[in-house]
Structures are given as C-alpha cells and as structure tokens.
Design a protein around this ligand. Structure first.
Ligand SMILES: Nc1ncnc2c1ncn2[C@@H]1O[C@H](COP(=O)(O)OP(=O)(O)OP(=O)(O)O)[C@@H](O)[C@H]1O
Ligand SMILES: [Zn+2]
Length: 464
C-alpha cells in the first residue's frame, strides 16, 4: 500500500541515501573515538615520561591501589572501618586450623575481606557427607585434600591475597613453626587434644586465638590469650570427660550452626586484624539455634595458677613438644577403631553373612542410638542402645528365648548366638565386654560394624 501518494522508487532511493549517510556517520564516530583514545594514551604517555603526576594513579598515603579501593569500597565506606581498618587487614596474616564446618565460612569471609596472608591447615579429604555444612568445598573436590579445595575457593574469590597450604595435621612437632608465621590463629578444629595444643602454642608464641565450637544445634565463641585475657587452660584446667566430647560424625550437626559460628570467628578475626571494635575476650558467646538465642556471658580472666600462662608456669617450648595431648585429654586426634576384645570374641562381616546364609539361629543386637537405627538397620535385628543395655538386658534374654536358643536366666546364657553390631565397631565391642561380664559368655561383635558390612558384604547398604 502506498502512502501520501508517493512513488515507491522514490522512497527506496531516499532510504538508500539515508542508510549511506548513517554508515558514514557511524564510521566518523568510531574514527573520532579511536582518535580520542589515542590522544588520551599519548597524553598519558607524555605525562608519565615528563614526570607529570596529574594523569597517573595518585600516590596515596594509605597505600591502597585503585583496584583495592574499588574491591574493598563497601568496607572503606564504613566510617568505623575506613582505610585504616582495610590497610591493617591487608598487612595481617591469619592461620585457620581446620577447613571443615567452622573453617569453611571463616575462610571464605577472610579471603573476601582482604586479609593479606591466609594459611590453611587440615589433613583430611573432602567427603560427600561434608557438603551440607563445609560450604567452601564443591562436589568436584570429593576425595581431594580439604586444603587444596579451600585454597582454590579462596583464590577464586580474591586472587590478590597470599594463600598458604598445609596438607597435614597440626601436631606438637610442627605447631610452633607454623603458628609463628601468623599474627592471628583461628581454631576451627573439632577435638579436645587439638584445642589444648593450639591454645598452649598460642600462649608460648603470644598470639591471639579465635576459638569456635559447634555441635548439634549449639555453638560457642570466644577470643583467648588476647591482651592479658585467659587462655583455654585457664578456663578448662582439666579436660572434660571423654563421654562429653563428641564429633559431628557421632552426634550430628545442623549445617548452618557451624556456619553462624564460623562467620562470627571471621568477624572477630577481622576486628583483631583491623584493630577495629572490641574483641570478644573474657566473654563467651553462646548460640542456641533451637530457641534462636544468642547470649554473651562473662568468663573468668587469666588464672595466675594456670599451668601454661600462669605466674609460676614453667611450660616452655620443649615441654610443649614433649606433651602428649591425646593422653592428657584421653581423646584421639584422629578417630580410629578400638581394639578391646580378644579375636575369639569377634567375627568379621563376611563371617556373619555366612551365618545368615546357613540360617544359624542367633540374635542380632544393634546397640546404636534409636535415631541411628531409624536411618537404616539390618533386617531381623533387636535395637537396644548401648546406653540402655544395662536396664534393658531382659529384652535380649527374651529375644534369645524366643529364638529357642537362649535362656531366660542370664547365668546360663552360654549360647553363642548373640552378635552385636553398631555403626563402626567400637560401641559393639564395649557392649560385648559388658554382655560377657553379665553372663552372655559367647556374645561376639561384628568387626567394623555396619560400615564394614557395606564395604565388604553389601555395597548397596547405605552408610552415613
Ligand atoms: N590437629 C588438626 N590439624 C589439622 N586439622 C585438624 C586437626 N584436628 C581437626 N582438624 C580438622 O578440622 C576440621 C573440623 O571440621 P568438622 O568437624 O566440621 O569436619 P569433619 O571432621 O570432616 O566432620 P565429621 O565429624 O562429620 O567427619 C576437619 O576437617 C579436621 O580434619
Ligand atoms: Zn592460662
């Protein structure tokens, strides 16, 4: 359809002319832009070679580069933090011990905020059951050292900081040498021997220690050995009983709980490093996730009687190197299998499979806590948690009787048909010890528990 009575060939010609003009204008624009850039570059080059400073990056007293100013701008804008805080942070060095539930968020924030030098030490590898809380790691790193994974994550967030990797456990033999290279120490481990060792080492080296702990639905946080404040031993001169010490792998933890405490550890570290704010020394933060409560309680100051930081302490570097922290806390640095029973009181998971195949009469006693039992269990098993075994022994006696092999009277229970299983084969040994003392003379534990069953007999049996 024509409009305004115009001739179509006329319109096409006019359109072509306009297009040509448009192309000319665009070409002219890009030529001028390029020229302008060249001019700016030439002027800058001239300015630099003439020593003119008005076009070069300004020399700033605080020493931050233009890139640093831009990267950390949101922190620099905080009046209470400002360039002084950032400069201090960039000059600081921090060692994070443990790249697990606490270390993961702590490391991410410390790398991001611009701690100049960040050390990471851990001997462990990334596992699938770490992923729900150890958020610095990705699935691609499963089976690889946590330190490698964490260091890669830190570098990808901030390529401008120095990241040191220690793929090893911290022990008395390497602790003094490694810790001495850092200004601030972050304890993100999960066991009493490491906690005492790290605190003692910080006292010897005069380093502040940002200590966090999280288990189940609760967490706590404090800063030790800061400005005359207490050390870990001032507060806990004697280790807690072994029964009070749990690992996440035994008692569980909701992922975000160490996430909260790890973030707060990063925050306390940033405050110490930047010299901003009031560190959480001589006070302890207690976090209860279930009731959504966070309390800060005053804790005792430095104890003059403390065997490590006290007035008359003779604790020195040599004492430290010779000290047996596992013996002191009665807690192993690395969770390993117990060996409480003689060989004749134990059978392997494969031998137990043969008993099932031969349909030999027996009672399979599972001594795990009932919430573990609900996750997964072997068929036809009786669940009496180890903690209740003494009071519920009659249930075992009845089960034996029902099978036609046992006797209601425990004194005459010589039948070899009680097999005891647990998750990894430690509690089952304790249970067998107790059962044998109680007259179940031939109770046997299944070596390595359900984990060994899954590894050696049924690969489809879930582990956790
Ligand atoms: N002495 C130590 N030296 C170095 N790393 C340590 C030391 N003690 C503990 N760790 C590390 O501290 C981290 C503690 O984190 P966390 O308890 O969340 O992890 P985990 O041991 O993988 O947990 P789980 O109990 O579920 O297996 C672990 O990665 C552990 O290897
Ligand atoms: Zn002390």
């Amino acid at each position: 359809m024509m409009s305004n009575g115009g001739d179509s060939s006329e319109i096409v010609r006019e359109l072509e002319e306009l297009k040509l003009k448009k192309a000319e204008i665009e070409h002219r624009i890009s030529t001028l832009e390029a020229k302008l850039q060249d001019t700016a570059a030439v002027e800058l080059y001239d300015a630099v070679s003439n020593g003119d400073s008005y076009l070069t990056a300004p020399e700033l007293e605080h020493g931050l580069s233009p890139d640093q100013i831009y990267r950390y701008s949101r922190q620099l804008l905080l009046p209470s933090f400002a360039v002084e805080g950032q400069s201090n942070l960039l000059k600081s060095s921090v060692l994070v011990i443990g790249a697990g539930g606490l270390g993961s968020p702590a490391l991410l924030y410390l790398a991001a905020c611009g701690v100049g030098q960040l050390g990471i030490i851990d001997h462990d590898v990334v596992e699938l059951n770490n992923m729900h809380r150890q958020i610095i790691h990705t699935e691609a790193f499963i089976g690889h050292p946590k330190v490698k994974s964490a260091a890669a994550a830190c570098r990808s967030i901030n390529s401008t900081i120095k990241v040191d990797e220690y793929v090893e456990a911290l022990r008395t033999s390497n602790a003094l040498e490694i810790l001495s290279q850092y200004d601030i120490i972050v304890d993100a481990t999960d066991n009493p021997p490491s906690r005492y060792m790290i605190s003692d080492c910080c006292v010897l080296l005069g380093k502040p220690l940002v200590s966090g702990a999280a288990l189940g639905m609760e967490g706590q946080l404090t800063v030790y050995n800061h400005n005359g404040g207490p050390c870990y031993r001032c507060l806990f001169p004697t280790p807690p009983p072994t029964s009070a010490c749990q690992r996440c792998s035994d008692s569980g933890v909701l992922g975000v709980v160490p996430g909260v405490i790890g973030c707060l550890q990063a925050l306390e570290t940033i405050k110490l490093a930047s010299l901003v704010g009031e560190p959480l020394s001589e006070r302890m933060l207690l976090f209860d996730a279930l009731s959504a409560r966070m309390r800060i309680v005053k804790i005792r100051g430095r104890s003059s009687q403390c065997t490590v930081c006290g007035d008359n302490s003779s604790f020195n570097k040599q004492t430290f190197k010779d000290f047996d922290y596992e013996d002191f806390t009665q807690f192993p640095l690395f969770a390993g299998p117990l060996n409480l029973l003689p060989a004749e009181s134990r059978i392997s998971s494969k031998e137990f499979k043969e008993i099932l195949q031969k349909k030999e009469q027996h009672v399979l006693l599972d001594v795990r806590p009932s919430h573990h039992y609900k996750i997964v269990s072997l068929p036809d098993s009786l669940n009496i948690p180890l903690a209740n075994l003494e009071t519920r022994l009659n249930e075992l006696t009845s089960a034996l009787k029902e099978k036609g092999n046992g006797h209601a009277n425990t004194e005459s229970c010589t039948n070899p048909s009680v097999f005891v299983v647990c998750r990894r084969g430690n509690d089952s040994q304790r249970a067998v010890q107790y059962l044998r003392e109680s007259g179940f003379d031939s109770a046997k534990d299944i070596i390595g528990g359900l984990e060994a069953w899954a590894a050696n007999v049924n690969p489809n049996f879930p582990t956790y």
